[in-house]
Design a protein around this ligand. Structure first.
Ligand SMILES: NC(=O)c1ccc[n+]([C@@H]2O[C@H](COP(=O)([O-])OP(=O)(O)OC[C@H]3O[C@@H](n4cnc5c(N)ncnc54)[C@H](O)[C@@H]3O)[C@@H](O)[C@H]2O)c1
Length: 257
């Protein structure tokens, strides 16, 4: 049903074994996809190479998504190694630490710029770079990861919530632009999961307890559950779905008081 054999995918946003993007990479590889993984800096290169060693014949390339030049170099590498791309998973997000612990009203212009650039604009830049490679394959699927902090206030999520709102809106505009080429663009809004990015948000562990107390399923979610939902959107099973935000959060979004 979620078969990805013969497909070639790019996964951006793996930092370590807890990364949601790594869970998606493992699930996609299990469904038969060949993958390209990126690392944003030399500091994380070793981690990504170690994880990639578990995959069959992966392509590994640098890409700081804040750099147009590195995105262009990545597209050239994919053109050379793959010739075409069937899917892109975008799991990159960043905001300066002080913006995730001080009151939102104190967000500096620079912290705002960086958060929106790395966490939202990067989807636009990457989509533009891979679209011609997807068109060559008759279409493709682009998937990003978001959080409900885009819609509602979560203490200390702050500028990341604003960035996720921009990201979700970008999903809809990109879906409209790229749909005629049979390229779909969607997001999964995941429940809170303890990862490196989450650790940067002050008081994150108290958010996890709220899911256990209040989500309809009375629990949080884990990376493999997000990855399973991703298989639907990346594979032909999701072929009529685009411009959507799929909530994979144990139902937390449905609750009011
Ligand atoms: N963990 C959660 O609770 C949760 C919930 C919903 C959505 N998300 C989203 O899921 C995505 C993945 O996050 P995660 O929780 O797996 O944490 P993570 O820290 O494993 O992943 C974040 C990734 O962003 C990458 N990144 C940061 N700056 C970059 C740059 N300039 N260039 C390229 N890559 C860069 C990091 O290297 C890292 O791999 C993020 O968009 C995050 O906002 C996370």
């Amino acid at each position: 049903m979620f078969d990805l054999s013969g497909k070639q995918g790019l996964i951006v946003g793996i930092a370590n074994k807890r990364s949601i993007a790594w869970a998606i990479a493992q699930a996609a590889a299990a469904q038969g996809a060949r993958l390209a993984l990126t690392y944003p800096s030399e500091r994380l290169e070793e981690n990504v190479r170690e994880l990639a060693a578990k995959l069959e014949n992966p392509v590994i390339a640098p890409c700081d998504v804040g750099s147009d030049e590195q995105i262009a170099d990545l597209a050239a590498t994919l053109d050379r190694e793959f010739g075409g791309v069937d899917f892109l998973v975008h799991g990159a997000a960043f905001a300066p630490a002080e913006a995730l612990s001080h009151p939102f009203v104190e967000t500096s212009r620079e912290a705002f710029r960086i958060a929106l650039d790395v966490s939202a604009y990067s989807l636009v830049g990457l989509a533009r770079a891979v679209a011609p490679l997807m068109a060559r394959r008759g279409g493709g699927s682009i998937l990003t990861l978001t959080y409900i902090g885009s819609q509602r206030v979560f203490t200390n999520y702050n500028v990341m919530g604003v960035a996720k709102a921009a990201l979700e809106s970008s999903v809809r505009y990109l879906a409209a632009d790229l749909g005629p080429q049979n390229i779909r663009v969607n997001a999964i809004s995941a429940g809170a999961i303890k990862t490196l990015a989450a650790a940067g948000i002050s008081g994150f562990s108290s958010i996890l307890q709220v899911y256990r107390d209040r989500a309809p399923l009375r629990r949080g979610v884990d990376q493999t559950e997000v990855a399973d939902a991703a298989m639907f959107l990346l594979s032909d099973a999701g072929r009529a779905v685009t411009g959507s935000i799929l909530m994979v959060d144990a139902g937390f979004h449905a609750m009011g008081l």
